[in-house]
Design a binder for this molecule. Structure first.
Ligand SMILES: [Zn+2]
Length: 214
């Protein structure tokens, strides 16, 4: 796992844009896996239908796949970093067999504040996780997408400067809604897809139909 922690001058100067890759940021629970608490789960991983095949196709198309997730269960003691890492390794291995190199998941391990709002800079919908991953992995945010099933994931994409897709395929999380405060341009910058097959179609055939936010 990759958590957002102070690292001094880590990263150095940002890579030149010409060498930067497009990312596909992917939520975890409800987007990639159809289970509510990934870190404390055991046994076979129940993937969201079509997720593995879709990520395999999109990786071959050149997207750098990055899993991003809030994991407040770490701060709340619901599971340990070791338990999370064990499940992370299992998922990475299974995805590798499908031709997808995921790399470390980029997670926020912190609990929200008493009011339920983020108490750190990295808990989604804050854009910290995405920005950090983009800098450290040389990713071009303007040509990147996030696919998520929650409002927090989609909003983090808007705030980080990439484009967003709401996936409504999974059963373990409630369908998200655009925040009432979101501007018209933000709402229009979010595609809504019923399944991963539609996500693949849209990203590969209509990548410029939805404009990135300035
Ligand atoms: Zn955090």
């Amino acid at each position: 796992m990759d958590v957002l922690e102070p690292r001094g001058a880590a990263g150095g100067p940002a890579p030149q844009r010409a060498a930067m890759k497009a990312a596909l940021f992917v939520g975890l629970e409800g987007t990639l896996v159809d289970e509510p608490r990934f870190g404390s789960a055991i046994g076979p991983i129940p993937y969201v239908p079509g997720a593995r095949e879709a990520l395999s196709t999109l990786a071959r198309a050149g997207f750098h796949i990055v899993v991003v997730a809030n994991q407040s269960g770490l701060a709340l003691g619901r599971f340990s970093r070791w338990e999370f890492s064990r499940r992370e390794a299992k998922l990475q291995q299974e995805m590798q067999q499908a031709g997808v190199e995921l790399g470390p998941f980029v997670i926020c391990p912190h609990a929200p504040g008493p009011d339920g709002r983020p108490a750190c800079l990295c808990r989604l919908p804050a854009p910290g996780l995405l920005v950090r991953a983009a800098r450290s992995r040389g990713l071009d945010m303007a040509s990147s997408w996030i696919v998520g099933s929650t409002r927090e994931e989609v909003e983090a994409g808007w705030r980080a400067g990439c484009r967003s897709v709401q996936l409504q395929a999974a059963t373990c999380s409630a369908p998200p809604a655009a925040p009432a405060s979101a501007s018209t341009s933000v709402r229009e910058a979010t595609r809504r897809c019923a399944d991963w097959t539609t996500v693949v179609h849209d990203l590969l055939t209509e990548p410029h139909r939805v404009q990135a936010l300035p």
